[in-house]
Design a protein around this ligand. Sequence first.
Ligand code: SF4
Length: 206
Amino acid sequence: MKYIFINPVVDQMYVREKLDKVLLENGYQRVEVQTDWHKIVKEKYAKALKETNLTILDRRCPKAIETVSPYFDEKEMLEPNIEPILIHCAIELATREDLKQYKKIITTPCESLATYGNKLGLENTEFISWKIFIKKLAQEVEGKQLNESPIPPGYFTDLNVKTTSLSTKESIENYFKKCLHKQDELVEMLYCHNGCNNGDGVLMDE
Ligand code: SF4
């Protein structure tokens, strides 16, 4: 038996019971995290904001960070040492005593998060985009494309700091080309339009 963590986007694309049944038939037991990483990651950003005068860049989306790279200026910006929420979940599962000896699959909404996760080399843990995983399963599960992300732009709103929220490659590039970060304390960045429901690992019509 292998354990599988279903990311929040995929979770909402399926009827849970139907999906879990297919997973079990194929030797995968769904596993959940025990910690509210959504809340803790936000608290880490709140702490980072208190400790710097630089503009903090949202590090939840590896592809957005890659997009900023040509414009990054360490005198004005900070990429805090805070892993994406999904990575926090994976680290919890990889280090949990009761799961230690078992193989864990972490599903991702995009290829970039899968690549990023696999580079960490977490023990007995493999990251794979949902799209690739479901293809390998070779069994149909009825699902739907989501119109909204479970974590839409606006994640940092309740931190009440000067924030710009960007989602798409173009909006990220335009913002940094114009040096608009100078006006902000925090920049929320998601590469996919409106968030992870449009990731290349979950889009169903590609
Ligand atoms: S799905 Fe899109 S927005 Fe979400 S982490 Fe991946 S690239 Fe970024």
